[in-house]
Design a protein around this ligand. Structure first.
Ligand SMILES: C[S@@+](CC[C@H](N)C(=O)[O-])C[C@H]1O[C@@H](n2cnc3c(N)ncnc32)[C@H](O)[C@@H]1O
Length: 221
């Protein structure tokens, strides 16, 4: 015979708070804290933007501000018009997205790009692989001021006015015998180029070692 135990009604039924506790317990912890999730998402997005944008912003805080401004197609053509008939190695100082280095590699130069912005270096390396140019085009995250330029037959610089004087001094010491330099958009103001293409922002100037000799040595030679 079945036995019935009498349970008071209050104990049998779940109170409102018990029901909600039971419901909450089944939900994952993040579901209960939408504010926390939203804050986390905002921090993640802002942090991500910061990490990606910083290498593009930091040039503004350097002694010489050299921002990423890619060469125009005409500028690239002018560089290689000036280097027609040349071969060997080429370095682009501040290689940006690698466009000059890629064109140099296509034209048979053993090409190197030095660039401070790690995203641009990473992008250039990927692009070199994608284009099948990675055997001729190398990219390094390196400060152009701390790089020895004495191994390169061609040095290309698309710089800014403020850097041309210190770069002139560096090249005077380091440019190898027979080496040539192409300056894009901003020339070495007190040097005499051996050739030039003057087309506004697409202008380019070609210099060799004699251009970098001090004036008195230059006139004696
Ligand atoms: C005007 S852009 C030229 C980009 C590329 N050469 C072109 O012609 O398309 C200059 C580049 O130099 C890089 N840069 C600035 N300071 C540098 C440094 N100290 N060493 C190496 N690269 C630097 C910048 O990040 C930028 O990508």
């Amino acid at each position: 015979m079945k036995q019935f135990v009498s349970v008071p009604f209050e104990e049998m039924s779940l109170s409102r708070s018990d029901t909600s506790k039971a419901g909450k317990a089944e939900k994952p912890p993040w579901y209960r804290r939408p504010g926390l999730i939203a804050t986390g998402a905002v921090f993640a997005v802002v942090g991500g933007v910061y990490v990606v944008a910083m290498p593009f912003v930091t040039p503004a805080f350097r002694r010489i501000c050299l921002p990423f401004v890619p060469a125009t197609d005409q500028q690239v053509k002018n560089v290689f018009k000036l280097l027609q008939g040349r071969k060997g190695s080429l370095v682009d100082l501040g290689s940006g997205d690698g466009r000059l280095v890629f064109e140099a590699a296509k034209q048979g130069f053993h090409s190197t790009g030095y660039e401070l912005n790690l995203w641009l270096v990473w992008y250039s390396k990927m692009a070199a692989r994608r284009r099948g140019l990675h055997k001729m085009a190398s990219f390094y995250r390196r400060d152009l001021w701390k790089t020895d330029l004495s191994n390169y037959d061609q040095v290309v610089i698309f710089g800014v006015t403020q850097m041309m004087e210190p770069l002139k001094d560096k090249l005077s010491n380091e440019l190898k015998v027979g080496g040539q330099v192409v300056a894009c958009r901003f020339p070495f103001t007190d040097l005499t180029p051996i050739a030039a293409i003057e087309e506004g922002i697409d202008s380019a100037w070609l210099y060799d070692r004699t251009s970098f000799q001090p004036a008195e040595k230059h006139s004696k030679s």
